[in-house]
Design a protein. Structure first.
Ligand code: HEM
Length: 456
């Protein structure tokens, strides 16, 4: 039975009523007590249903309320809501109706935690129920909206990391498709975030000055999630502009717990590292694909590098204009693709990236190309955010120092120029040549890059 204590209470009152040997007192004692307890049970059961859902529904189905022999019918027709929904369904749609499932229905506001969410805007200029600086509400809401979207971006990056950290992700199948899909979503979110600057810019500098002094010590510098996104993408500390500015726990820097969390986060493998590994292990430079090509080229340059790349270097040199710095670019070509690599990318990884970009129309390269493109686009959107944010800052505070203690405009301009994550990947584009001049691929490789059913 589900309410043994109420059964006990009812029995105790029944004993009292019987001891009075009077029908009227039995009626006067038992009726109000029973009605009150049944109401109470109903309230409790609704709450339990909301909290426990199906587990409590099945418990209700197995047990009686007050005793094994009682008729178990809730008062006010107050059956659990899904029972009502189920019977409605059974009448109208006997099959495949979502209401037929024994599931606790949700309520919009509860599911989304709207009341709690709307409690979270606490302007500092709110005094005795009056918001002194009207635009502080906008300032808070825009920042909170950013943080919510940052959470979604982190969620997507985490999912991409799970796939890419597998020892052998399915390169041309669902695995990579999912990664590309999620990265494209991140691009769209950044576009939205960049557009949000327009909304905040409806606040004038004078409106901002009404509450700016209250923010002393607080700054976007301290956005833990922003730093986590930068780190998850692969922006290393030493590659940033003036990292010492924000990576501290003095006034304007992180609090201790955020500092530790960000530092911990920076140790995990980044998207850049995973992509680098994935590119470096690409199998399309296996000697088996290239032997016929090497023979046709009479083994030209075979000692130094595969014949394909020697030929490609010539074609690249031929594609340069008179105004290009030939020696510099060819030197870079050798360094980047056959020397030490570039930034955090090895030469092998960058060769693969270049090859994928060149032969992107081959069916099996479409996903890898979409992946590289999405990474470059994320970087571009992030840079757009930095730039839009810088312009907004100029407009709001001119060249004054930031509330986080940096030089403000100057610092932000430095970050715009320097804090790119995939700039070397984007830099590969410098070494592309016209599609019409591309060497034809060896037959074996060409076939391997088609979907297998195309050969049938
Ligand atoms: C009135 C609007 C804003 C002003 C005047 C402003 C000002 C500044 C300034 C001066 C800095 C440099 C650090 C400092 O010394 O404080 C900064 C950094 C930053 N702000 Fe804002 N900000 C505004 C709105 C926003 C919004 C809406 C966001 C969205 C989350 C944001 C995110 C950031 C981030 C992430 C940084 C660190 C940038 C980096 O280190 O690359 N800011 N902000």
């Amino acid at each position: 039975m589900r309410h043994p204590s109420y059964t006990g209470v009812l029995l105790a009152f029944l004993g009292l009523a019987l001891s009075l040997h009077n029908l009227l007192s039995i009626f006067l004692i038992m009726v109000p007590i029973t009605v009150a307890l049944l109401h109470r049970m109903n309230v409790e059961e609704q709450a339990l249903l909301r909290a426990l859902g199906e587990r409590y529904t099945s418990y209700m189905a197995r047990t009686k309320r007050l005793c094994h022999f009682c008729i178990d019918r809730p008062v006010y027709g107050g059956a659990a809501p899904h029972w009502r929904a189920a019977s409605r369904c059974a009448r109208v749609w006997p099959m495949e109706c979502p209401f037929n499932q024994e599931r606790e229905p949700q309520y919009y506001g509860d599911y989304l935690g709207i009341d709690r969410l709307l409690e979270l805007q606490k302007p500092l200029s709110l005094r005795e129920g009056k918001l002194i600086a009207h635009d502080e509400m906008l300032f808070i809401i825009v920042h909170q909206a950013y943080e919510l979207w940052f959470k979604q971006i982190r969620h997507e990056l985490e999912a991409c990391g799970e796939v890419l950290s597998k020892p052998a992700a399915d390169d041309d199948g669902p695995d990579m498709n999912v990664v590309v899909h999620r990265l494209k979503r991140i691009v769209e979110i950044w576009k939205l975030l960049n557009h949000q600057v327009d909304v905040l810019e409806t606040m004038t500098p004078l409106d901002f000055l009404e509450f700016r002094e209250l923010l002393h010590g607080a700054s976007g510098f301290q956005s833990k999630q922003f730093r986590q996104i930068e780190a998850a993408l692969g922006l290393r500390m030493e590659n940033r502009f003036r990292p010492e500015y924000y990576k501290h726990t003095e006034l304007g820097g992180f609090n201790k717990s955020d500092f530790e969390q960000v530092s911990e986060f920076e140790k995990a493998p980044s998207l850049l590292q995973m992509v680098e590994r994935w590119l470096a292990r690409a199998p399309f430079f296996d000697q088996s694909f290239w032997s016929e090509w090497e023979e046709a080229q009479n083994g030209a340059g075979a000692a130094e590098r595969p014949a394909f790349w020697s030929r490609y270097r010539e074609l690249f040199a031929g594609s340069l204009s008179e105004r290009d710095d030939r020696a510099d670019l060819l030197g870079k070509f050798d360094d980047i693709f056959f020397g030490q690599g570039w930034g955090d990318f090895s030469a092998a990884a960058l060769r693969s990236a270049l090859f994928i970009m060149l032969y992107r129309d081959e069916p099996l390269f479409r996903l890898p190309f979409a992946l590289l493109n999405a990474l470059i686009e994320i970087d571009e959107q992030l840079a757009t955010f930095r730039y839009r944010h810088l312009q907004m800052v100029r407009r709001m505070i001119g060249t004054r120092v930031g509330t986080g203690g940096s030089s403000g405009e100057q610092y932000l301009q430095g970050a715009v120029n320097k804090n790119y994550v995939f700039k070397e990947l984007a830099g590969v584009i410098t070494f592309l040549i016209e599609r019409r001049n591309l060497p034809a691929l060896p037959d074996r490789l060409h076939k391997a890059l088609r979907f297998s059913w195309a050969e049938a």
